[in-house]
Write a protein that binds this ligand. Sequence first.
Ligand code: ACM
Ligand code: ZN
Length: 768
Amino acid sequence: MKKCSYSLMAGTLALAGLLSFSACSENVTVSDVEIIPLPNQVEVSKGAFVLKDNAVIGYAEEELAPAADYLAKILSTATGYTIRTEQGGKGDICLSLRAEGKNGGYTLNATRSGVEIAGNGYGGVIAGIETLRQLFPAAIESQQVVAGTDWAVPSVSITDAPRYDWRGLMLDVSRHFYDTDEVKELLDLMAFYKMNKFHWHLTDDQGWRIEIKQYPLLTEKGAWRKFNSHDRDCMIYAKQQDNPDYEIPQKYLHVENGDTLYGGFYTQDQIRDIVKYAAVRGIDVLPEVDMPGHMLAAVSNYQGVACTDKVGWGTTFSSPVCPGKDSAIEFCKNVYKEIFALFPYKYVHIGGDEVEKTNWKKCPDCQRRMRANHLNTEEELQAWFTHTMEKFFNENGKEMIGWDEIIEGGLSETSTVMWWRSWSKDASKEATAHGNKVIYTPNAPFYLDYQQDKKSVINIYDYNPELEGMTDAQKDLIMGVQGNIWCEWIPSQDRMLYMAAPRMLAIAELGWSNPAQKDWNGFTERMAAHFDRLNTMGINYRIPDLEGFYETNTFIGEGKVTVECLDKSASIYYTTDGSIPTQASAKYEGPIPVTETTDFTFRTFRPNGKKGDIVKTRFIKSEYAPATDVKPEKKGLKVAWYDYKGDKCSEITQAPLKGEYESASVTIPEGVSGNIGLEITGYIQAPKDGIYTFALLSDDGSYLMIDEEMVVDNDGPHSPRELVGQKALKAGYHPVVVRYFDHNGGTLSLKVLGADGKELPVEGLFAH
Ligand code: ACM
Ligand code: ZN
């Protein structure tokens, strides 16, 4: 008999940490309660429910039959048990609908005698099922029968409801194609984390992916392309990073007239199949046929859709639909008519982003339309197009969502804005002030195609959609949050999942859980436990960043390289000759001593051998750099602002000087905006001899030099990124230069840690 030790007795718990106990009365071990997203309220008591062969899932209402079947499939695969479903009768597990409570919420009661899930709506029942699934041992996710496991869940009483109705993921299937099995795998994972909106970006300049019966060329021609520059980049990355997940999948290639063509599309039957599959999992499918821009596949294959009819397929120039031509409007409506019939969800996404309007300025039809409707700008012409389409949507019982560009030129009263341009917080505020609903997908940090780093999960987890200055009425218009997987550099399913997870876990929790219970440490503990489940599911998640060192590190005498990983299932391999580590390289088993300057390259591997990021770090053998004799007189730093439009720190000072400031810290001075090129100079005062650590965060590029030596090189265009370097300094003043550029908002900060690893207060740190 297993040891009986209750570390937690009955009581109401905010699930801040892990709960662990054995249920000796059942002679079984139950899993820790590690649910993502964190439920609102969990009470754990003695005992456990144990699933047995021939268990019955009872469901009260007929509409819950698909949910019961879905649960039966989940519970029978790994157990090998026969699980029956039965309407009406009492089951070992009972599903029912309940009227009270927030839509999408549920209660779950598990006792020795059974499990009851009561949901507010179908989605609430599914949410309860996902919680139950996570209460079972991780092996429940196995696709093979796992023998010798106690299929037990702890006795719990859970009351739970989502914070937001909208917890979404967007998948761009245009830049690279994913077949229906691959889409289903993503839907499965979404459901597991209670994400309930699948935004399907079905068309873009690089490929049209949905069959439209009236316009067959859209897929006959528009779904296929010769390799483009993104494809070629992917092939290069596959080699450079020894990573087959960057290869273009062979199954999407075929040869036609001697040309290799790449692509694919969904037939309408396949679309219906996906919509049904999603619905079973409580997921609404939001289709997007992006217009009036990003329509190359359409405008290059049909006449009368663009401003000119000379748009060549395969060019990179993105010509929009011509809103001046009735034939183009008709085309758009006809396409959407077929979309409406395929997707039962009441919302439809028109796109509307990044419309290149040069042609509209020259097009007589566009200009005629503008005159006839008293439109002064091309932005107003886009708004006219959007409003015309919205009217058509509404006449067909649909509501419109669009990217935040639909605000420009006049937002309608009724459309919903999907905010993506994080550099313009005004978009979400403006839309809500206007009374329109908003879905949050600000590119920083919700674009899941952006490379991941140490901060990418916490940046999502800590995100507060309730922006400063919003009224309660505006906050009520926030529908929720969504991660967007744009796929220019994501050619395969494994790469897609790698980019999505674990960030999507943070999106799920942000969208679902009570913000008053936010707890990053608790979340990371639960996330660490979930890697086991993701491994069992075969999901190619990204192993979190290795910890314990910086991009550059300094030591005096002998150093020690200590590496930690949140994911305990990961193995760490390394080289010191610059080569990419394989599983034949040295394995990290514990701290590595270093006596000379050494470049380490680390790579993590999942238990199935899948590769993680390549991480380079330098350990520099150093001496304390002598302090300068200069005695600076003034506190703070000097800042020179240059009107810099480029993207290299080295060139900033060649641009015209725009203004000069003083600043107590490394930051963007108030009043500096637009084209920003900064050179920040002065001295840092080291209070004593020691190794100092410098964390330079910027969006876009920056660098930090001390004593004319590069300490942190964070140059080049990028979203917010913190890089960290170290330098050994003698007590006293050392000259400092920071350079930084950005063109649309931006971020810049420098954190300095002293020899004891504690952050130094900025007061008195800098002088000039
Ligand atoms: C977008 O990222 N163009 C919506
Ligand atoms: Zn036109």
